[in-house]
Write a protein that binds this ligand. Structure first.
Ligand SMILES: Cc1cc2nc3c(=O)[nH]c(=O)nc-3n(C[C@H](O)[C@H](O)[C@H](O)COP(=O)(O)O)c2cc1C
Ligand code: SF4
Ligand code: SF4
Length: 252
């Protein structure tokens, strides 16, 4: 069983491809009822247990970390080949080493995928996006083969200053940077489709008079809402006007 979390589709795409190659199943942790799953699946008899997710500030996103802790909580014995794959725009820091401390992993990988961090800078060109996706396809083939052969690997692009980024900077991100207050909507552009509210994994958004309102003070900052709004009506401070938006659905 391969568990995934994904904001803009990269990690979902990777998880489903790997699952397909391993003849296994990929499951979204956000819509997952763990208690129900436990009734249907026995961890000890799974062949593979995999976690696939985006890197957030050189760390593991909160929903994935919480899920992994819950899964580990039962402390079932497993002979499964355990692995983690993170997707990242550039580098992953020590995210996979941290995950491995919570849930021991036989193998850990990072895959460079298109950057979705539109609130930080302009996004990549279509050319760069397509080339990253193409390279990822061959990496997925290689990773899937290694996993199926039971080869233990640690192939993670940690990048520079990994230990500082994954500790101090990651803590700062989780404590201070996940506020929803910078999000706002250009009301004239909003077509009241409700996709932002429906798709938010934090359940932070509600529609009021047809427009989104961020009801929770903090969210996961997956950036699905701002990237997936069909009218580009969602903005973040003054940073995102005129910038591209990203969702893998446009490219695959
Ligand atoms: C809040 C946030 C933080 C991010 N931090 C990093 C990072 O530390 N390193 C990196 O290379 N990419 C970073 N990214 C880029 C994503 O990890 C990358 O685009 C990922 O493939 C998105 O996956 P998804 O489409 O499954 O959500 C960040 C993106 C977001 C939204
Ligand atoms: S996704 Fe965009 S257009 Fe649809 S309700 Fe939300 S802000 Fe409005
Ligand atoms: S409010 Fe937007 S960025 Fe925050 S979790 Fe929901 S969809 Fe993701």
């Amino acid at each position: 069983m391969i568990f995934y979390f994904s904001g803009t589709g990269n990690s979902e795409w990777v998880a489903k491809k790997v699952a397909d190659k391993l003849s296994d199943k990929a499951v979204d942790i956000i819509s997952l009822d763990l208690a129900k799953l436990r009734g249907e699946m026995k961890i000890e008899s799974e062949k593979y247990i995999g976690f696939v997710f985006p890197v957030y500030a050189w760390g593991v996103p909160e929903p994935m970390l919480n899920f992994v802790k819950k899964l580990k909580g039962a402390n079932e014995e497993t002979n499964a080949f355990t692995f983690g794959i993170c997707t990242c725009g550039e580098d992953a820091g020590l995210a996979m080493k941290k995950l491995s401390k919570t849930y021991p992993l036989c193998s850990a990988y990072s895959i460079a995928m298109p950057n979705n961090y539109v609130i930080g800078s302009e996004l990549e060109s279509d050319e760069v996006v397509l080339s990253k996706i193409k390279n990822a396809e061959s990496e997925i083939d290689k990773i899937s083969l290694e996993i199926s052969e039971g080869k233990k690997q640690y192939r993670v692009h940690e990048g520079s200053l990994a230990s500082i980024k994954s500790s101090v900077v990651n803590k700062g991100f989780n404590k201070f940077a996940r506020s929803t207050s910078p999000f706002w909507v250009i009301k004239d552009k909003c077509i009241s489709c409700g996709l932002c509210a429906k798709g938010c994994p934090s359940k932070a958004i509600e529609l009021e008079n047809g427009n989104p309102v961020w009801k929770k003070g903090n969210c996961y900052q997956c950036l699905r809402c701002i990237n997936s709004c069909p009218s580009k009506a969602i903005q973040y401070d003054k940073k995102t006007a005129g910038r591209k938006r990203y969702n893998i659905a446009k490219y695959v």
